[in-house]
Design a binder for this molecule. Structure first.
Ligand SMILES: Cc1cc2nc3c(=O)[nH]c(=O)nc-3n(C[C@H](O)[C@H](O)[C@H](O)COP(=O)(O)O)c2cc1C
Length: 179
């Protein structure tokens, strides 16, 4: 089995815990499953139909190429103000076009992440499942993980055996959805 999973992280900050969760997901992925982060969401212009044409920005072309090359997608995101960080929503909007034929169309996708709040950012995760599902991928609804940061004790998530096991299970089940 050889499966490529595009990884999008909804936080741009250098010390992002969600990026650490994405690193951990790559570490615990089963053999044959490669996680491919696209870490240039901050370079994407704001979505605008006027610039979504044959001379689209290179960052957008590269995002769509990475999505086309992937078999599945994993989103790892914090919650911002009860919802999706703008930088991630913007990437989802770019991936949703061409309408009905985006590069992730029909591919399995899972949404996980963590936040400071006691529910670990679950509002954002639910919201991303909704908009990403409309954008084209097939959301695997039962693959869920919303980590409240206090459970990590200020350490890298790889120090938390339960989070590592849950992420490993999610990545394995996501890869198994690739048909
Ligand atoms: C603009 C902004 C809005 C935030 N809103 C929420 C929120 O609604 N719920 C929450 O649990 N944490 C919220 N936080 C705190 C984030 O959970 C925290 O900054 C977290 O570390 C972000 O993830 P990261 O470590 O991957 O950057 C917010 C942070 C920022 C900067």
């Amino acid at each position: 089995m050889s499966v490529k999973v595009l990884v999008l992280v909804g936080s741009l900050r250098a010390a992002s815990v969600n990026r650490q969760l994405a690193e951990l997901a790559a570490e615990v992925a089963p053999e044959g499953v490669t996680l491919v982060p696209f870490d240039r969401l901050g370079e994407l212009p704001f979505y605008n139909e006027d610039i979504d044409n044959e001379s689209v920005a290179q960052s957008v072309a590269d995002l769509r190429a990475a999505a086309a090359d992937a078999d599945a997608a994993l989103v790892v995101t914090p919650e911002y103000n009860g919802g999706t960080p703008g930088v991630l929503k913007n990437a989802i909007d770019w991936l949703s076009r061409p309408f009905g034929d985006g590069a992730l169309k029909g591919k399995p996708a899972a949404v996980v992440g963590g936040s400071f709040g006691q529910y670990g950012g679950v509002w954002a995760h639910d919201e991303v499942r909704k908009s990403l599902g409309i954008a084209g991928p097939r959301i695997v609804e039962d693959l869920k993980l919303s980590v409240p940061f206090k459970t990590l004790d200020g350490k890298h998530p790889r120090e938390n055996a339960e989070v590592a096991a849950q992420l490993g299970d999610i990545v394995a089940k996501l890869a198994a959805e690739v048909g």
